[in-house]
Design a protein around this ligand. Structure first.
Ligand code: HEM
Length: 499
């Protein structure tokens, strides 16, 4: 539900300015940039008068006013952070687009974020402006965190074993049907296909059959418009600007809400009790006995779908490329399918998924090297201490799973894709926050089990259907211009397996 919020790069400015094609909008944009700049310079002046006795985190200087390190960071964020770690240690600050970011790198430094109270390191302050227009009011970061925690608990009740058992069947069937269009062999965009498949499976499993049955091209476009709300422009610019992408997002939100309202209403009046997540939410109550209203149910359903959409589709695409690159590993995974499920490969069962341990480790290792959420962020609402430094109020405090999961003083052969590393003693296992693709603490992901079921089911099905290889040895580079780091030019070669 959180997102990788701020790959602030030259691309960002291009994107933002590119969408502003009306004169009025350009003027408004200029005004907001000037306002932000004024805020930035006054902050700089104020900082001089701050308490000089406090030891602040090392600050990476920049000669570029306002933009600061946005260009270098946007171009290659991981490299930027790793170099800063070498030079300044686990805690350091720098400025981008008028905002000061303090990173806590490595397991020990990250403890501050994961053990903090939401009132001290606050998530709403950084995420709400993106999520509230997309999910709607009354849920997630639009409400005080104790309420969101109650909502997370309700969602978690719906993400249970009994439902997962049904989900495996649905996901397998959706995968077989979707990939019929791929034929026997060819070269295709794997990421695009998996993104489309994941929205279909997530809609079936998380929203239920009534909503899934309405998922045609028009509704898919509405989801895409809604999803367009998770943009650099939405994060950076005031919400009242009349940008086309903002208008599309708001219109899509209204239309999707109407679709969901009708389905919820029908369920409520029909009295039919279907055992699915929608029903779990209709029946759920807060601690004080109040049930969720239709706005809240709708917001949570949108949130569930979008929280898992990019995270699971990028992860499964990267996993495909890692397996295509290592054909021996791919064959081992296929052999595991036969060993666990039987030589004739009958339909998959939820109970078999946990025994697919090599596939499980491949997913775990994919999430180590390509965690979809590169940075978790909070706003410091009170001064915080890490590694002997005082982090002032107003800093955006960040932890990066990507960096923690490849730190050279924690991980052996850190850049190798080696799923078997988890079979032997590894130093990272002794560090609590060395591996955090799903976060930790009060904001921890509730979708981990669902994501594992979904990605393992899709890949079990695909490995049974096809043999994959890289196209002329090309392994995708990382596209840093998207909020979640997607594979660049993600074309894969495939050939149907002989039975
Ligand atoms: C590979 C798949 C996924 C990954 C890697 C992932 C990762 C994360 C991370 C890192 C966080 C913590 C964010 C933070 O602390 O700022 C998070 C939170 C969350 N995720 Fe996921 N997620 C995935 C899939 C899902 C799915 C499928 C769902 C829903 C079905 C989901 C729902 C949530 C929710 C509700 C939160 C809580 C946010 C909060 O309390 O602030 N995620 N996820």
């Amino acid at each position: 539900m959180s997102m990788h919020l701020y790959q602030l790069s030259s691309k960002l400015l291009e994107d933002t300015v590119g969408t502003v094609n009306e004169n009025l909008t350009s003027v408004l944009l200029a005004v907001s940039v000037i306002t932000l700049s004024l805020g930035y310079f006054s902050k700089l002046l104020l900082r001089k008068s701050a308490d000089d006795n406090l030891k602040y985190p090392p600050y990476i200087p920049s000669s570029v006013p306002f933009l600061g390190h946005a260009i270098a960071f946007g171009k290659s964020p991981i490299e930027f952070l790793e170099q800063a770690y070498e030079k300044y240690g686990p805690v350091f600050s720098f400025t981008m687009v008028g905002k000061t970011f303090t990173y806590l790198l490595g397991s020990e430094a990250a403890t501050l974020m994961f053990n903090s109270k939401n009132d001290d390191l606050n998530a709403e302050d950084v995420y709400s402006r993106l999520t509230t227009p997309v999910f709607g009011k009354g849920v997630a970061y639009d409400v005080p965190n104790p309420i969101f925690l109650e909502q997370k608990k309700m969602l978690k009740t719906g993400l249970n074993m009994a439902h997962f058992k049904q989900h495996v069947k649905i996901m397998e069937a959706e995968t077989i049907e979707y990939f019929q269009r791929w034929g026997d062999s060819g070269e295709r965009n794997l990421f695009e296909a998996l993104s489309e498949l994941i929205i279909l499976t997530a809609s079936s499993c998380l929203h239920g059959k009534e909503i899934r049955s309405q998922l045609d091209e028009r509704v898919a476009q509405l989801y895409a418009d809604l999803d367009g709300g998770f943009s650099h422009a939405a994060w950076l610019l005031p919400g009242w600007l009349p940008l086309p992408s903002f208008r599309k997002r708001d219109q899509a939100h209204r239309e999707i809400k109407n679709i969901f309202f009708k389905v919820i209403q029908k369920r409520r009046t029909s009295g039919e009790k279907v055992d699915d997540i929608l029903q779990t939410l209709i029946d759920a109550t807060y601690k004080d006995g109040r049930p969720l209203n239709d706005d809240e149910i709708t917001g949570l359903l949108i949130g569930l779908l979008l929280a898992g959409q990019h995270t699971s589709s990028t992860t499964s695409a990267w996993m495909g490329f890692f397996m295509a690159r290592d054909r021996t590993l791919q064959e081992r995974c296929y052999a595991e399918q036969k060993a666990v499920c039987g030589d004739d490969l009958p339909p998959l069962h939820f109970d078999q998924l946990k025994d697919l341990s090599l596939l499980d480790r491949c997913l775990k290792e994919t999430l180590r090297l390509r965690p979809p959420i590169m940075t978790m962020m909070r706003m410091a609402r009170s001064p915080q201490t890490a590694a002997g430094y005082t982090i002032p109020v107003g800093h955006q405090v960040c932890v990066s799973p990507t960096v923690n999961q490849r730190l050279h003083d924690t991980w052996l052969e850190r850049m190798e894709f080696n799923p078997d590393r988890y079979l032997t003693d590894n130093p990272a296992a002794r560090e609590k926050f060395a591996y955090v693709p799903f976060g930790a603490g009060r904001h921890r992901c509730i979708g981990e089990n669902f994501a594992y079921v979904q990605i393992k089911t899709i890949w079990s099905t695909l490995l049974r259907m096809y043999d994959f290889e890289l196209v002329d040895g090309y392994f995708p580079t990382i596209n840093y211009t998207t909020m979640i780091h997607t594979p660049h030019n993600p074309i894969i070669r495939y050939k149907r397996r002989k039975p």
